[in-house]
Design a protein around this ligand. Structure first.
Ligand code: ATP
Ligand code: MN
Ligand code: MN
Length: 304
């Protein structure tokens, strides 16, 4: 894997030009985070977040009145959409309504102006909708699972991805679990990528049935971790690195170094409030090499 190049702190946050209406509207009442506070947060994280949100179809969780009001999980463009958000047509579904995407920082601010509290990208880009450039294994602890068990599951997922020749990165979900992500050179198509991910999830459940399940049957999940591989299908999404969550606490999905996984850093440890401090203190972006670490998925290595 290549070494990190740029010290992230060397770059300045971008300048905001997109106008926000109702900047004082409170989105997270418990923390007092306003729309303007959300814009400030995304201004700080933009240079880290951009590679993961630019140029791919996005699903959005919008909440015009904040997290306690009505929320919409929205996959398609809407009437009167902010001009900085681009609309893109699924090349396979010419009759469907367009999806939304962003090209730049103004696009991200367009999402904030539209009360987007969660950003959920596809695992493939607009350059090639059919060939994903990342895998996301979503680790969902059932009730009563200790955090250390989730960390162990992430490390086992990492080992299995590495055994198949891939590199793995980890982030908190900002909710209850961890996401283990592997960058891909886009070559395999969605069905092959899904089959590969199912192979890993099924193998984990088979080898440790007391710890893991790979099918979404809630009744079976108490005390176990669901290895949710179903993010890895065409049209499915997972929350973006650095995206905020529309849940109390104003937590965000935070990319971590593997060495940072510990009992002290829980799934919702990083928030809109403490993330700028983290980023200023960071010596190197733990995901700086994400793109450079991409490997093609090779067929027939799904066993893990
Ligand atoms: P947690 O750690 O709490 O599980 P998570 O983001 O991984 O947080 P999941 O419920 O495991 O949450 O994953 C659901 C994923 O499915 C979301 O990240 C989102 O991309 C996608 N999704 C699909 N439909 C919806 C919907 N209606 N509302 C919210 N998310 C949806
Ligand atoms: Mn999850
Ligand atoms: Mn899930």
């Amino acid at each position: 894997m290549p070494k990190s190049k740029t010290a992230p702190a060397a770059e300045k946050p971008p300048r905001r030009t997109v106008r926000l209406t109702h900047p004082d509207r409170i989105y997270w009442p418990g923390e007092g985070v306003t729309k303007e506070g959300l814009a400030d947060y995304y201004t700080e994280v933009w240079r880290y977040m951009a590679p993961h949100v630019v140029g791919r179809p996005l699903a959005l969780l919008r909440a015009p009145s904040g997290i306690d009001g009505q929320t919409f999980f929205q996959k398609h463009a809407w009437k009167g959409i902010n001009a900085n958000i681009i609309q893109v047509q699924d090349p396979k579904e010419k009759d469907e309504e367009p999806y939304v995407a962003i090209n730049d920082f103004d696009g991200l601010m367009g999402l904030v102006q539209s009360a987007t509290l969660e950003i959920h990208p596809w695992g493939s880009t607009l350059a090639d909708w059919e060939r994903p450039d990342r895998i996301i294994m979503d680790l969902d602890p059932g009730e009563g699972v200790a955090w250390q068990a989730v960390i162990d599951a992430a490390e086992e997922t990492r080992r299995r991805l590495e055994a198949a020749g891939l590199n793995a990165f980890v982030k908190t979900s900002g909710g209850k679990g961890l996401h283990v992500c592997a960058p891909l050179k886009p070559s395999a198509r969605w069905p092959a990528v899904k089959a590969f991910c199912k192979g890993i999830a099924d193998a984990m459940a088979k080898d440790s049935p007391e710890s893991y399940v790979s099918t979404i049957t809630k009744s079976k999940r108490r005390g176990k971790i669901l290895i949710d591989y179903l993010r890895n299908q065409r049209g499915q999404t997972a929350v973006a690195p650095y995206s905020t969550r529309a849940r109390s606490g104003a937590a965000v999905s935070m990319p971590l170094a593997w060495s940072e996984l510990s009992p002290e850093i829980g799934p919702a440890y990083f928030t809109v409030e403490n993330t700028p401090t983290r980023l200023h203190a960071l010596k190197a972006d733990p995901w700086a090499d994400f793109k450079a670490a991409a490997e093609p998925l090779k067929a027939g290595k799904a066993k893990g």
